[in-house]
Design a protein. Structure first.
Lengths: 141, 153
């Protein structure tokens, strides 16, 4: 079962690093090389919420257990809600081994405890579609 | 919404009734204050939405504030400085008591994040005084709280 990440997060984007390398040869032509992107995403601020299943899982594996193997092997799905047929077949990409690590834990006095997380999408990339029904996301490769 | 407001009113009336000086009042009404000494009333002044934020999953967080006016009628003859001092002390003490309840987290919660709630009782002042020996004091009460509305995926 997929659980959404990003409850109470108001602004978050995937960042694409294409390892761009541009050269000019002796004739003045420009060549650019790109590599498969390293995709990262930061969820900040991310307040602890006991009703957030994904966050509870991440807190357990990182803060409680410090299980670095599990932290580096999270199965994650990026669902592109804006692309495809709404609710029934939107574009989605699955990454089999994503590193998810909290960057801090705490916050100001009297406020909620924050646990912002950094995600690096990795492992095998599988593209497909996702459908959403009654709050349940189903991925089809 | 009617139920929510009456629930909020019940909480506010209960909070005000917990004030140690409340026992000097003979009556306490809603939207009404008798023009006789030792009576009081709470006047709802509505709900104000302070801010509305949406997270990346579509859930909405709203910060709201309930506003109320508390009116108390006490004895105070024209030129009665002693009575006026007693009344003013009562009003000021009430405001400090509300502040203490809020700061210590002892006040009732209205929203989904009780630890962030803020209750204020302020601007307590003489509202009107008449020749018959009564004076009406008014205190502004504000209850700021946060509510979450989850959309789900």
């Amino acid at each position: 079962m997929w659980s959404p990440v990003g409850k109470r997060v108001e602004d978050s984007s995937t960042e694409y690093d294409w390892s761009e390398e541009t050269k000019n040869d002796i004739l003045g032509a420009t060549y650019t090389q790109l590599k498969k992107p390293v995709i990262t995403q930061t969820f900040d601020p991310c307040e602890l919420d006991s009703g957030d299943a994904a966050q509870v899982k991440l807190w357990n594996q990182s803060i409680k257990d410090q299980d670095i193997a599990a932290m580096a092997a999270n199965d994650m799905l990026i669902v592109h809600f804006y692309a495809g047929t709404a609710n029934t077949a939107v574009f989605a990409e699955r990454y089999s081994a994503c590193a998810v690590k909290p960057s801090s834990l705490g916050g100001e006095g009297g406020g909620a405890i924050g646990m912002p997380i950094d995600v690096t999408y990795g492992g095998t990339r599988t593209v497909g579609t996702a459908s959403i029904s009654d709050g349940v996301v189903t991925f089809s490769a | 919404m009617a139920n929510e407001m009456s629930t909020a009113l019940d909480k506010i009336k209960a909070l005000v009734a917990d004030y140690p000086g409340y026992d000097i009042l003979n009556s306490f009404s809603v939207d009404f204050t008798e023009k006789i000494p030792a009576s009081g009333g709470v006047f709802p002044a509505g709900l104000v939405e302070i801010s509305r934020k949406r997270d990346i999953l579509g859930n909405v967080t709203v910060t709201c504030q309930y506003n109320f006016g508390l009116y108390y009628v006490f004895e105070k003859s024209p030129g009665d400085d002693t009575g006026a001092t007693i009344n003013a002390d009562w009003v000021m003490d009430f405001q400090e008591w509300i502040q203490e309840q809020s700061a210590k987290g002892l006040a009732p919660a209205f929203g989904d994040e009780p630890w962030k709630e803020r209750i204020t009782a302020q601007n307590g002042a003489l509202f009107t005084a008449d020749e018959e020996g009564t004076a009406t004091y008014m205190v502004q009460l504000g209850f700021r709280f946060i509510k979450h509305f989850d959309k789900g995926v």
